[in-house]
Ligand binder design. Structure first.
Ligand code: DOR
Ligand code: ZN
Length: 358
């Protein structure tokens, strides 16, 4: 039995840090996980749709990084219906953006998730942007979920794969694409077999929970008592799927397929925003223990030899990063997930994991 693992320092390919006090509260969690950087999502009140806005946000993040800490945010342009190819190319050439993030919204500006209202309503209206991205090899990070109310919540990814992604791959065969926070086993099979530059990020929470977790609680209160019932703490987008899908995604991930990489989608929301009876915010906060959660998954699948590549190596070059030459150490020593950081509940808070990141 392996009790010590050394892997290159972590790179989180999908992270929400927010702004202001929340940023100050949650950023240390990712830094403490020995991340050399992260792809920072720009779905803010004023999204990162212009070069100037992104520079201002980058400056805000950098102002909270302690001296001597080597953490470099990777910024993504937030694509809107107004984004021009010139703006994207300028932002990339100036070194501000390394990728373009695609959120989609319906015709009423109703997006599929938090902060997606400014997202793209007319995907193929952006063809000129995709052409430029293909030419300069700029990756598209796609939240591929159908947004129409009529589409079944649990089929949103497969509908978007067939309707949005497959035609994009056909028309822009050289465009690198990352399918963000993958949950659907059918999509996972498609990506695993693809001949395109197609990758997927996978969250720790989607590797661990199926859709039952949203409906049968699984909450342990501070008094140690179990509470059943609906649990908004397990609500995120995309929603967790059937067990069969979780296992299919997980099989590709822990078998060491290099098209799959860690992207936590750690998405902090204040407790009050999460525990609304109506309109509960989508998002799960895993940043404080993400590495240990992923390690537990690979360990359970007897696949620790593939952990380092998944966490820190696979397709990081796509974001203009190199694999860290520094290593971090995980030991088979139990550690407990904190209940809360600030006012944010941590996923599986209070649970003991078999691993500790040194
Ligand atoms: O659950 C989610 N929360 N999914 C997303 O795509 C966005 C995120 C957020 O920003 O809270
Ligand atoms: Zn996200």
């Amino acid at each position: 039995m392996q009790n010590v693992i050394k892997v290159p320092l972590f790179f989180d390919r999908h992270l929400h840090l927010r702004e202001g006090d929340m940023l100050k509260t949650v950023l240390p969690c990712t830094i403490n996980q020995h991340a050399t950087g992260a792809v920072i999502m720009g779905n803010l009140k004023e999204p990162t749709s212009s070069v100037e806005r992104t520079i201002a946000y980058w400056d805000e993040i950098m102002s909270h990084i302690p001296p001597g800490v080597d953490f470099k945010p990777t910024m993504a342009a937030y694509l809107t219906d107004q984004t021009t190819p010139e703006e994207i190319v300028r932002g990339v050439k100036e070194g501000v953006w390394q990728a373009v993030k695609l959120y989609m919204a319906d015709q009423n500006g109703q997006g599929g998730t938090t902060g997606s209202a400014h997202g793209v309503k007319n995907l193929r209206g952006r063809n000129k942007v995709f052409e430029a991205m293909q030419k300069y090899h700029i990756p598209l990070l796609g939240h591929f979920e159908a947004v129409e109310k009529e589409v079944d919540e649990f089929d949103r990814e497969i509908v978007s794969l067939n309707r949005d992604l497959i035609p994009l791959l056909r028309d822009f065969p050289e465009l690198p694409i990352v399918f963000e926070h993958l949950t659907d086993g059918r999509v996972a099979d498609f990506i695993a077999q693809s001949s395109h530059e197609l990758y997927a990020t996978v969250t720790a929470h989607h590797l661990i929970m199926n859709r039952n977790w949203m409906f049968n609680g699984g909450v342990w209160n501070e008094d140690g008592k179990y509470h059943g019932g609906m649990n908004p703490g397990h609500y995120c987008k995309p929603v967790p799927k059937r067990e069969e899908h979780r296992l299919r995604v997980r099989k590709h991930v822990t078998s060491g397929n290099r098209r799959f990489g860690a992207g936590t989608d750690s998405a902090p929301h204040d407790e009050t925003a999460k525990s609304h009876c109506y309109g509960c915010a989508a998002g799960i906060f895993t940043a404080p223990k993400a590495v240990e959660l992923y390690t537990t998954v690979f360990d359970e699948d007897n696949a620790l030899e593939h952990l380092g590549a998944f966490l820190s190596e696979n397709f990081v070059n796509l974001y203009g990063r190199t694999i860290s030459s520094k290593m971090m150490t995980l030991r088979r020593i139990p550690s407990t997930i904190p209940q809360k950081v600030g006012n944010v509940q941590v996923f599986m808070g209070g649970t003991e994991l078999p691993w500790t990141l040194e």
